[in-house]
Design a protein around this ligand. Sequence first.
Ligand SMILES: [Zn+2]
Length: 154
Amino acid sequence: MGALDFDIHGGMSSLTGKRSILAINTIIAIKGMPPQKAQKHYNRVPLTNRTLFRRDQNVCGYCGEHFKSKSLTRDHIHPVSKGGPNIWTNVVTACAPCNKRKSDLLLDHIDMSLVYVPYVPNRAEWLILQNRKILADQMTFLLKSVPEESRLLS
Ligand SMILES: [Zn+2]
């Protein structure tokens, strides 16, 4: 029995004279997908500067330096002014000087490149990025669902 389990005691067996025990994990995952209607909302991971900076661990996507959140900006890799969407895979954390230097130019046209690849956090990562109070056993559970390429694991 692991540290995450707790026991539910049942009645005595008239055959064996022993008490029945059910060992239950403190977290129960439900198999299967949520109903179609709920799925769209469930899988949607909101893009905010807070969660973006956390995804990128406060590291500028262009110079690779680490900054405090207040010095960081959201950079659209393919600029919004040139039709770039405001989605997880088109945004990186950028320090103010790098964002200014990149301006609204395309990476192909300037001498700048990304030091990491933007990705869409999954639901488990998002819960972690939200920085809610997560119990240690819940964190262990969530990390099992975080993809291997996630920076949360580095
Ligand atoms: Zn930078």
